[in-house]
Design a protein around this ligand. Structure first.
Ligand code: NAD
Length: 261
C-alpha cells in the first residue's frame, strides 16, 4: 500500500480496457478517486466503476476523445466537479495502425499521431494549467512503449508518436520541475491486452513475440499498473523525466541472449 495516495484524484485516459483499466483498478485499491475515460467502450468503463464502488472506492466514467481540447477539458472538469481537484494525470490512451510507410494516408498518420502524441500534449497541458492556476503540485504519467526506442517497420506513425512522447516527457519534466510537478513515462513491452488480441490468438505469433523477451513471457496489464502506482506515489518523489521500462527485458536485445554476435 502507498498511504500517501489515499483520497488523491487521478484521471486515466483510455481506462475502459487493457492497461488503463488495470491502472484504474490498482489506483482504487489505494483509495484514490478515479476518473475513468473511455472513447467508445462505455460498458467496460462502467464495469470498472461498479467494481471500484463495490470495493468501497469512488470513480466516474467519462466519455471523451483525448485528441481534442474539449475532450481533455471534460476529464479535468469531471475530476474537479466530482472529487474536488486533481493530483495524477495518466495519459494512457493509444492505438496503432500497421501500414507500410509509403502507403500511409495522411488521415491515418494524423490519427495515430493525434491520439498517441497530441493527446498526451493536450492532457498534460490541461493538467499543468490546473496545477499552476491553483498553485498545486502534480504528477503526470505518459504511456509510451518500447517503440520509443526500438524502431518498428510498418508502424512508423506509432513509433514516431512514442519517440515524441519520450522527449515531450523529458522536456516538460525539466520545464515544471521547479513547480514540483513530476512527469515520467512508462514503456511497456508486449502486454496481454485487446490491442494485441488478434496477434496473441495465433500461437505462432504468440511464441514469436515470447522469443523476443529475455524473461520469455508476455506481460500482464497489472505489471504496468504496479509501475504506475509506484510512479504516482511519494516513493518516487525524487523521480522525474525518466522512462520506466516494463518489458521483461525486451529492450536488452534478446537475440544476443546466448552470447551470439
Ligand atoms: P487497448 O487497446 O486495450 O487500450 C487502449 C485504450 O485507449 C482503449 O480504452 C481505447 O478506447 C483508448 N483510446 C483510443 N483512442 C482514444 C481516444 N481518441 N480517446 C480516448 N481514448 C482512446 O490497448 P493497451 O494495450 O491497454 O494500450 C494502452 C497504452 O499502452 C497505449 O498507449 C499503448 O500504446 C501502450 N502500450 C501497449 C503495449 C501492449 O503491448 N499492450 C505495449 C506498449 C505500449
Amino acid at each position: 500500500m502507498f498511504q500517501d495516495l489515499n483520497q488523491k484524484v487521478a484521471v486515466i485516459t483510455g481506462g475502459s480496457k487493457g492497461i488503463g483499466n488495470a491502472i484504474a483498478l490498482r489506483y482504487a485499491q489505494e483509495q484514490m478517486n478515479v476518473v475513468i475515460n473511455y472513447h467508445s467502450d462505455e460498458a467496460g468503463a462502467q464495469k470498472a466503476v461498479d467494481e471500484i464502488k463495490a470495493n468501497g472506492g469512488d470513480a466516474v466514467a467519462v466519455k471523451a476523445d483525448v485528441a481534442t481540447e474539449a475532450g481533455v477539458q471534460a476529464l479535468l472538469d469531471a475530476a474537479v466537479d466530482n472529487f474536488g481537484g486533481l493530483d495524477v494525470w495518466v495519459n494512457n490512451a493509444g492505438m496503432e495502425i500497421q501500414t507500410p510507410t509509403h502507403q500511409i494516408s495522411l488521415d491515418e498518420w494524423n490519427k495515430v499521431i493525434g491520439i498517441n502524441m497530441t493527446g498526451v500534449f493536450l492532457g498534460a497541458k490541461a493538467a499543468l494549467n490546473y496545477w499552476l492556476d491553483n498553485e498545486k503540485t502534480g504528477n503526470i504519467i505518459n504511456m509510451s512503449s518500447v517503440h520509443q526506442q526500438i524502431p518498428w517497420p510498418t508502424f512508423s506513425s506509432y513509433a514516431t508518436a512514442k519517440g515524441g512522447v519520450k522527449l515531450f516527457t523529458e522536456t516538460i519534466a525539466m520545464e515544471y520541475a521547479p513547480n514540483d510537478i513530476r512527469v515520467n513515462s512508462i514503456a511497456p513491452g508486449a502486454i496481454n491486452t485487446p490491442i494485441n488480441a488478434e496477434k496473441f490468438a495465433d500461437p505462432d505469433q504468440y511464441a514469436q513475440t515470447q522469443s523476443m523477451i529475455p524473461m520469455q513471457k508476455i506481460g500482464e496489464p497489472e505489471d504496468v499498473a504496479d509501475a504506475a502506482v509506484w510512479l504516482a506515489s511519494d516513493q518516487a518523489k525524487y523521480v522525474t523525466g525518466t522512462t520506466l521500462f516494463v518489458d521483461g527485458g525486451m529492450t536488452l536485445y534478446a537475440a544476443f541472449q546466448d552470447g551470439q554476435g
